[in-house]
Design a protein around this ligand. Sequence first.
Ligand SMILES: NC(=O)c1ccc[n+]([C@@H]2O[C@H](COP(=O)([O-])OP(=O)(O)OC[C@H]3O[C@@H](n4cnc5c(N)ncnc54)[C@H](O)[C@@H]3O)[C@@H](O)[C@H]2O)c1
Ligand SMILES: [Zn+2]
Length: 370
Amino acid sequence: MVPGLMRRLRVRPGGHVHHVHVGRGAARALPRILAPFCGRPAVLVSSPRVFARHGRAVAARLRRVLRLSTLLVSDAERDKDARGLARVHDGLARAGLTRDGLVVALGGGVVGDLAGFAAATYMRGVDLVQLPTTLLAMVDSAIGGKVGINHPRAKNLIGAFHQPRAVVADLAFLRTLPRRHLRSGAYEVLKCGLLASPRLVARLAAAPGDPARWPARFLEEVICAAARIKARIVERDEREAGPRRLLNLGHTLGHALEAATGFRRLTHGEAVGWGLLGEAFIARRRGLLGAGQLAAIARAVDHLGPRPALRGVRADRVLQAIGHDKKGGRAGAVLVLPRRVGRAVAVAGVREEEVRAALRALAGPNFPPP
Ligand SMILES: NC(=O)c1ccc[n+]([C@@H]2O[C@H](COP(=O)([O-])OP(=O)(O)OC[C@H]3O[C@@H](n4cnc5c(N)ncnc54)[C@H](O)[C@@H]3O)[C@@H](O)[C@H]2O)c1
Ligand SMILES: [Zn+2]
């Protein structure tokens, strides 16, 4: 693909403009995209796994415009912590990165969050470029400027808002992504559709359920559509005072299911898939969602393929995790509930008993119940 033919999405959070470039071969355009930073020092932060697959080619392009060093760090979720952050800070300091320098993050959400938070804090903030290599990172974590690390008490507890100067999502990166991760990202794409675009939901339903079989053009279109939905919400609410909370659709319950299963049984996307179903069930029970709409949501989620079952998941642990979800605050569970395909609302005071009923329904053989 000719680099000039990729899609470009303009993002303007808090008045500061940057672009998200999406396309197969988009990374080939890096020298042109980063021309405004020509001659500046930069550190490419990646993980050994991602760098082994894509690093050399990316570094060669970056070297055409930047004075580049490379820093490889673990992208295990458990290393997205204060020690991992210190390693990135050390690497930036060792490379002699100065205030006019650039951090370029090449990887999934872990690398993006870690390198992004390092960029937000090193010398009180240096410029950041995101090169997301997972579907989740392309539609979610690389967009919106949230960066951060985990704390022993909670995931993503420590962080900052630090908007990237550019995001370049090259679909060629996804060719090496394990299938389960690709599918996991597809649930995030669906979440965006359920939140704001019946058209995106319909398009996903008409495509193969397995995203590994999505044609390149379709992949490019849905990544753009999902990234645009996130970008538009973030533009209205960069600091999550209101509408940005809606992006938690499927996530409050999803995170709790991840926590209750020890972050091992489910990928994040699979947990979001279950979370979408459970929250739709609660919305239906409250009369916020029609039966036909619940069935449509369930079909859309199930179309993306089987998820590990929830049998044996302890409701007490899920409830405890919801209580600990930092976005819930002290008042208890705030859940984002669907009103119909393409619209959701944040609802406070969802009761324990509602969550228990949803978990029972999800673990049962027939969902949605007639
Ligand atoms: N900042 C935000 O707004 C935001 C939003 C959502 C999620 N997140 C964070 O994102 C993280 C999850 O990100 P993720 O799902 O991208 O997972 P990830 O970064 O853990 O990557 C998943 C795995 O895929 C590998 N990988 C990445 N790209 C690859 C490629 N192209 N080919 C082969 N292997 C590749 C990685 O080495 C890793 O083993 C979590 O820490 C989550 O908290 C942040
Ligand atoms: Zn998510």
